[in-house]
Ligand binder design. Structure first.
Ligand SMILES: CC(C)(COP(=O)(O)OP(=O)(O)OC[C@H]1O[C@@H](n2cnc3c(N)ncnc32)[C@H](O)[C@@H]1OP(=O)(O)O)[C@@H](O)C(=O)NCCC(=O)NCCS
Length: 224
C-alpha cells in the first residue's frame, strides 16, 4: 500500500488500482455526479468508497462526501482528508483534525509532462534545478507537478484560498533508491501571504514525501 506507507501515524489511507464493479454511492453523491461521464462517475465512486472505508476505521458511519464550492471534499466535522485519482490509481487519506492539521495527496502517471506544460506550472528556480538534474529515470517535471498539486490540496483546507503554480516553490531533498523504486522528500515554500483561516499559524511551507513505483508518482503532505 503506497499511500499508507507515506503517512504518519493517525492518518488512515486506502487505495485501489481500478474501479471495481458493484460499488454504490449515497443518494446525495449520486445526485452530485449524475451528469458526469462514466469514467468520471466511476473514479468518483471508487474514491468515495475508499474514503468511507478509511473513515470507518476512524469510527465513522457511512456519510456522503460531497464537494465544496471550490471542488474540495467536504469531510465530517473534526476530520481532515484528501482524495486523488489518475489512470491506475485511486487514493483517499483521512485523519482526525485534532492530531492532523491538513493532508494533501496527489497521484500522477510516471511520464514526462506534455511538451510546453512545464513553464506554466513552475517558477524559475524550479526550472533551473530541473535543467541540471542527471538523467536518472525519474520524470522530475511530472514529480514537480505532482508535489505542487499535493501542496494545493494541503493548503486549501487551512486557508480557503487559491494557490497558483507561481505561488509556491518546490525543492527536492533526499532521494532513495530501493528495489528499483525511488522515493524521497520535498519542501514546498509558500511565496504568498500564508494567513490561515483555520485558527492556526500562517503557512510558510510544507514538508512532503514522494514515491515512484509501478509507473506511478505519488506525492503527499501531512502536517501533524
Ligand atoms: C484541484 C486539483 C489540485 C486536483 O488535482 P488533479 O490532479 O487534477 O486531480 P486528482 O484526481 O489528483 O484530485 C482530484 C480531487 O482533488 C480534490 N480537490 C479538488 N479541489 C480541491 C481543493 N480546493 N482543495 C482540496 N482538494 C481539492 C477533490 O477531492 C478531487 O476529487 P473529487 O472531484 O473526486 O472529489 C487541480 O485540478 C487544480 O486545480 N490545480 C491547480 C491548483 C494547484 O495545483 N496549484 C499549485 C499550487 S503550488
Amino acid at each position: 500500500m503506497i499511500l499508507q506507507s507515506m503517512m504518519p501515524r493517525g492518518v488512515v489511507a486506502r487505495e485501489a488500482t481500478d474501479d471495481p464493479d458493484g460499488l454504490t454511492l449515497l443518494p446525495r453523491e449520486a445526485a452530485e455526479i449524475e451528469r458526469a461521464v462514466d469514467k468520471r462517475r466511476r473514479e468518483y465512486t471508487t474514491v468515495r468508497h475508499l474514503a468511507r472505508e478509511a473513515l470507518g476505521e476512524l469510527g465513522f458511519d457511512a456519510v456522503p462526501i460531497l464537494k465544496g464550492d471550490r471542488g474540495q471534499p467536504l469531510w465530517p466535522r473534526g476530520v481532515v482528508g484528501s482524495l486523488t485519482h489518475c489512470d491506475g490509481f485511486r487514493g483517499a487519506v483521512v485523519g482526525f483534525a485534532m492530531g492532523v492539521r491538513t493532508v494533501g495527496v496527489d497521484a500522477e502517471p510516471h511520464l514526462p509532462l506534455p511538451a510546453g506544460v512545464l513553464p506554466s506550472v513552475s517558477v524559475e528556480s524550479e526550472r533551473d534545478v530541473l535543467v541540471g538534474r542527471p538523467q536518472d529515470g525519474i520524470a522530475w517535471d511530472r514529480l514537480l507537478f505532482c508535489a505542487k498539486e499535493a501542496t494545493y490540496k494541503a493548503w486549501f483546507p487551512i486557508t480557503g484560498r487559491w494557490l497558483g503554480f507561481e505561488d509556491a516553490a518546490i525543492t527536492f531533498e533526499r532521494t532513495d533508491w530501493a528495489g528499483g523504486a525511488a522515493s524521497g522528500t520535498f519542501h514546498s515554500r509558500i511565496l504568498i501571504d500564508g494567513a490561515a483561516s483555520d485558527g492556526g499559524a500562517p503557512v510558510a511551507g510544507f514538508d512532503g514525501r514522494w514515491r515512484i513505483t509501478d509507473g506511478l508518482i505519488v506525492a503527499s503532505i501531512a502536517v501533524v
